[in-house]
Design a protein. Structure first.
Length: 265
């Protein structure tokens, strides 16, 4: 019989055969997979909370209820799902225990601000992006989706028609890039996402691309390598482009400058 060894609480222990291994693990206090799942399951699932509906939620959360009815999440929420989930409870989970407890922040209810897994249940591709080398630290617990997205409001995703403007959200943290600048970069008018992938990227600084191809999306013309009125075929510049050095190697102030119209310093 094959002997298997396990390190339990710093001690090496042996067990013989798969059934004996399982029995040994239980005897040594190692929880089974079922026990692990049960331990991690929210109290809501243990006590079998039920769905109470949006009308019950707005009894206390009147402001959020008004906002939610205008939001993108409300528009995609099923009118009547088979299990009764709709409205707020699609993200916050069944609310009967929360109601029975008299409410309270985080009492018997799921708070997506504390755990992004609720968001990832639908936005699976964003979880993948947060695992790229350069990303906002959501999976590390230093940020949450709700820090950037107004989930109850009409503009869960900022756009050119957002009331605050497409960049205001980013400027809450990235104040140095806000300006105003004497010489501005017109790309900022289109939004930070013109150049940046805001969830995660393979490129440093969460850029769309790590090479000058990013800039050539806008700065290209028929007489290239002329860009604007400057010839970029000089020995130093052309050498940099051949070697793949990005434009911001020379244009070090791509968000805007107070001193140089070419954004070089």
């Amino acid at each position: 019989m094959k002997i298997k060894y396990f390190i339990i609480n710093g001690a090496k222990k042996a067990a013989f055969g798969s059934l004996i291994c399982f029995a040994a693990l239980c005897a040594w206090g190692v929880p089974s997979a079922h026990a692990l799942v049960t331990a991690k399951a929210p109290d809501l699932a243990k006590k079998k909370a039920t769905y109470v509906g949006l009308d019950t939620c707005v009894t206390c959360h009147e402001k959020q209820g008004r906002e939610f009815k205008l939001s993108a999440h409300a528009r995609i929420s099923p009118a009547k799902a088979e299990d009764g989930v709709q409205g707020c409870e699609a993200c916050h989970g069944p609310g009967s225990l929360h109601v029975d407890a008299g409410g309270g922040k985080g009492v018997a209810i799921i708070n997506p601000r504390k755990d992004p897994s609720t968001c990832f249940a639908c936005h699976m591709e964003k979880k993948m992006e947060f695992r790229l080398p350069y990303h906002h630290p959501v999976l590390e617990g230093k940020m949450s989706c709700a820090d950037c997205h107004e989930l109850h409001g009409p503009d869960a995703k900022p756009s050119a028609t957002s009331m605050e403007g497409v960049n205001e959200l980013c400027f809450k943290c990235h104040k140095d890039q806000q300006g105003p600048f004497v010489f501005e970069h017109p790309a900022l008018r289109e939004g930070c996402t013109t150049c940046h992938k805001v969830h995660g990227s393979m490129a440093e600084k969460m850029l769309q691309s790590r090479t000058f191809n990013l800039c050539l999306k806008c700065h290209t013309q028929a007489n290239f390598p002329m860009i604007n009125r400057t010839n970029h075929s000089t020995s130093s510049t052309s050498s940099n482009m051949i070697r793949g050095v990005a434009c911001w190697g020379c244009h070090t102030k791509p968000h805007g400058s107070n001193f140089d119209k070419a954004l070089e310093y």
